[in-house]
Design a protein around this ligand. Structure first.
Ligand code: NAI
Ligand code: MG
Length: 366
């Protein structure tokens, strides 16, 4: 049967950037005879407007059934004063929680044409292509006890880093599976020198490797050293796997190695389904950008690269993913730029649709 996709464009620039992804999906049908079964539905503020909740139960059920969910962005000033329980973000959080998406994938990829955008030297980032896998559903953001308590004559703030063996095991597997589709190398980061959860993390990752992924090259690094190495020579890495807290910091830092928010894709993966594909949600890192929404200024590349990740990691279509990424690379090296990719005083920005046009043209000549 055809690969199935649920598209949730959401709010603000979400529908604008997703519109360009839908054109690429259509291109695959027309030019490559690869048909996706696509359903579109609502998430975030727009779902609240229609149903009074940021994610309808029917949408949730559909998300559990499809091969992959593609999400645009949620939120906006119109919804800022809503009750916490129905805020647009709750729609996204519900998807992540009920699909149990425990592995958050954040690539840091540098297109040569944008190497000048990095705050690092060009030779340090040109051609960079690494993937950070962050554990997303456990660790210090969830561990108990947590809270602010009275202790003697003052208060104490407490959070608990807590990882079970099975939580470490499953995210390690995600990282090794990914590595096999990339450079076949995993670096695991923790602080086993000062944290027991780090000792267990290192042990379990090593065990999963030795038992089931001996073909993948595995190394271990303390997370603080890892932060230094990421800035010094990021190209030494392929896949980095780390916990929720360290992954939060390391992935934001790595993202900025490569430039604009409008370029950054992401994925969140869960357990393998009956067909062997992982539960999966793909989305750009950026939000709904209310400051430019409705003005045709948004850069659709983050959303397009998120779709390319779906091709590679959900559908085993690595060559087609590469085709999309190469089209993006070509367009950038031709100097086509949305406003977010321009320095002050540098030529004329193209619109969201014009960027889409250029990418489709590049696909046609690939
Ligand atoms: P944002 O990512 O929406 O925007 C930050 C800045 O980057 C803005 O100046 C925006 O114009 C620019 N920008 C973002 N994406 C761009 C693109 N594709 N092309 C060109 N420029 C782009 O973050 P912000 O402003 O903090 O949040 C705005 C709304 O989005 C809020 O309601 C927030 O809650 C929501 N949000 C949603 C997320 C999601 O859906 N996953 C993630 C982050 C924020
Ligand atoms: Mg963060």
């Amino acid at each position: 049967s055809n690969p199935s996709l649920l598209i949730l464009a959401g709010d603000g620039i979400g529908p604008e950037v997703m519109g360009q992804v839908i054109r690429i999906i259509d291109w695959f049908g027309d030019k490559r005879s690869i048909t996706f079964d696509v359903t579109e539905d609502l998430v975030g503020g727009i779902a609240y407007d229609k149903h009074g909740v940021p994610l309808h139960d029917d949408t949730m059920e559909r998300a559990q059934q499809v091969d992959a969910v593609l999400l645009g962005a949620v939120g906006g000033p119109k919804y800022d004063d809503l009750d916490f329980s129905v805020k647009p973000e709750r729609g996204l959080l519900r998807l992540r929680k009920e699909m149990d998406l425990y592995a958050n994938l954040r690539p840091a990829q540098c297109f040569d044409a944008l190497a000048d955008f990095s705050s690092l030297k060009k030779e340090v980032v040109a051609g960079l292509d690494i993937m950070i896998v962050r554990e997303l559903t456990s660790g210090i953001y969830f561990g108990e006890p947590r809270g602010i308590f009275e202790e003697g004559n003052e208060r104490v703030g407490i959070n608990t880093q807590r990882y079970t063996e099975s939580e470490i095991d499953r995210v390690a597997r995600s990282a090794f599976e990914l590595a096999r589709r990339r450079g076949n190398k995993v670096c695991s980061m923790e602080k086993a020198n000062v944290m027991e959860s780090g000792i267990l993390w290192r042990e379990v990752v090593q065990k999963v490797h030795d038992e089931d992924y001996p073909d993948v090259e595995l190394s271990h690094m303390y997370a603080d050293t890892g932060a230094m190495q990421l800035c010094r020579w990021p190209k030494q890495f392929d896949v980095i796997v780390t916990d929720n807290l360290f992954g939060d910091l390391l992935s934001d830092a790595a993202a900025m190695l490569t430039g604009s928010l409008g370029m950054l894709p992401s994925a969140s993966l869960g357990a393998p389904m009956a067909n062997g594909r992982p539960k999966a949600l793909y989305e750009p890192v950026h939000g709904s950008a209310p400051d430019i929404a409705g003005q045709e200024k948004a850069n659709p590349i983050a959303c397009i690269l998120s779709f390319a990740m779906a091709l590679r990691y959900s559908f085993d279509m690595g060559d087609d993913a590469k085709r999309v990424e190469d089209a993006v690379e070509k367009v950038l090296s031709d100097g086509v730029r949305t406003g977010d990719l321009m320095q002050a005083g540098e030529g004329k920005a193209v619109t969201t649709v014009q960027m889409g046009n250029a990418i489709i043209d590049a696909l046609n000549t690939s």
